[in-house]
Design a protein around this ligand. Structure first.
Ligand code: FES
Ligand code: FES
Length: 162
């Protein structure tokens, strides 16, 4: 067993993990963060995306032991049922989800992209948006609504900064 300390959504916890234990499993089972979804478990779908020290990372391909001392953010830290983040609101209004299983992964993948576009003060074209989300798979909604949600979230961010 290896002792590690993780800061997850602002809360630090020290725990013992087997070297082979996946970050996705530790977040779901030890931190009770069920928004970390596991779809394929081999790096193909993006459902399990979290932020590791500010960068999107596939938690199904990451050993928890590699993350000792890291700061991790999951979808549970992004808005909430009554105070959704702008991107979450846009997913809802633009029909960017159906069953919702893929949605936490899309949100965690696309949040930094939306923030970067707002910082750059520009609206990305559809090809850029599709490239940004190319590591995430949605099995039921299709992608038009998700692309529209990203455009809406960027637009809202640009208006707020105008
Ligand atoms: S569950 Fe991690 S990429 Fe599919
Ligand atoms: S909304 Fe069902 S898999 Fe994407």
């Amino acid at each position: 067993m290896i002792e590690i300390t993780l800061e997850v959504n602002g809360v630090s916890k020290t725990l013992q993990v087997e070297p082979r234990r996946l970050l996705a499993d530790v977040l779901r089972e030890e931190f009770r963060l069920s928004g970390v979804h596991i779809g394929c478990a081999h790096g193909a779908c993006g459902c399990c995306t979290v932020h590791l020290d500010g960068t999107p990372r596939l938690s199904c391909l990451t050993f928890a032991a590699q993350c000792d001392g890291a700061s991790i953010r999951t979808v549970e830290s992004v808005g909430g049922p009554n105070a959704e983040n702008t991107l979450q609101q846009a997913f809802k209004s633009e029909h960017g989800l159906q069953c919702g299983y893929c949605t936490p992964g899309f949100i965690m993948t696309l949040l930094p992209f939306v923030e970067e576009m707002v910082v750059q003060k520009r609206m990305p074209d559809d090809a850029e948006i599709r490239e940004a989300m190319s590591g995430n798979i949605c099995r039921c909604t299709g992608y038009h609504g998700i692309v529209a949600a990203v455009r809406k979230a960027v637009s809202t961010g640009l208006e707020a900064g105008a």
